[in-house]
Design a binder for this molecule. Structure first.
Ligand SMILES: Nc1ncnc2c1ncn2[C@@H]1O[C@H](COP(=O)(O)OP(=O)(O)O)[C@@H](O)[C@H]1O
Ligand SMILES: [Mg+2]
Length: 265
């Protein structure tokens, strides 16, 4: 179960990416980075953030705690920026937030080289969820308490913007597509233990684990999805797609190993 909190104070916007997340305080006295459901990609970015984030956690990677967030009516009442006012108005219902890591620094590959094992595991995970947001310019990795933390997975799982046919052969083919952003991945030069990562991680994501993660997604983010009669059908489609992608021999993982080799890592 994810915890649900109520945001009680809008502290400040974070203007790095395009989605205008904000630092907020909540009724549990915690500080969070809030992703608004009314922002650009809407609910699907929140679904991707939640599913990919919890899959990463399931693989033993470090991800700040993810919580569901209700907005207090009063939130942002004194916020003068009309863009932010619009975002708040468009974000009724449940939103998503990550625990704020105070004093964290953006990861700089020139300043510190991550261990090959960890780099390989993160690259493998990003390839699994097809995360396009882990480039050297925009690493979405934070260094905090001596560890690497993964954030910002809203642009992963992009198959859900155009659901593949769910009959067997079509799904098998689509789900094995190579990871398009591999060559731009910030950890590619460090990922020299990819076969080991593939062997260790693929067995951790059983159908039961996938189901447990997808079940965390609030029904209201899955409602009215064209082509699906109810939220449970959408949940099932995520599990089915990810199961198919994890199915051996995993063409995408083999293609990724080739890219790592070619890059001379
Ligand atoms: N949990 C967090 N703790 C500390 N800082 C964060 C956290 N999440 C995001 N940030 C900061 O906010 C920036 C924007 O957040 P991010 O999730 O990357 O959203 P986007 O890129 O879509 O705007 C990050 O680059 C990072 O500097
Ligand atoms: Mg970002």
């Amino acid at each position: 179960m994810l915890r649900t909190v109520t945001a009680t104070r809008y502290v400040t916007p974070l203007r790095e990416g395009g989605s205008l997340p904000a630092i907020v305080e909540a009724d549990d006295l915690g500080t969070y980075v809030l992703k608004f459901r009314g922002a650009g990609q809407g609910r699907k970015a929140l679904v991707a953030e939640l599913v990919a984030g919890e899959l990463a956690r399931g693989l033993g990677l470090d991800v700040p705690e993810i919580v569901l967030v209700r907005l207090d009516q009063e939130l942002g009442r004194t916020e003068p920026d009309p863009e932010i006012q619009d975002l708040l108005r468009a974000s009724g219902g449940l939103n998503l937030a990550l625990d704020y890591l105070p004093g964290s620094l953006g990861f700089d590959p020139l300043a510190c080289a991550p261990e090959p094992e960890l780099a390989s595991r993160i690259l493998w995970f990003d390839a699994l969820v097809q995360n396009v947001d882990r480039s050297p310019r925009n690493t979405n990795l934070l260094v905090w308490h001596g560890k690497l933390w993964l954030i910002d997975h809203g642009a992963s799982l992009y198959f859900h913007h155009n659901w593949p046919d769910r009959d067997g052969p079509a799904l098998a083919a689509v789900s094995q597509r190579p990871y398009a952003a591999a060559r731009e991945h910030v950890l590619l030069p460090f990922a020299t233990a990819l076969p080991e990562a593939d062997a260790a991680l693929s067995s951790l994501l059983t159908t039961e684990t996938l189901r447990r993660v997808v079940d965390l997604v609030p029904g209201e983010w899955l409602r009215d999805e064209p082509g699906f009669s109810d939220p449970d059908r959408v949940r099932y489609a995520y599990v089915e797609y990810l199961s198919a992608r994890l199915e051996a021999p995993r063409d995408w993982a083999r293609a990724l190993e080739d890219i790592v080799r070619e890059s001379g890592a």
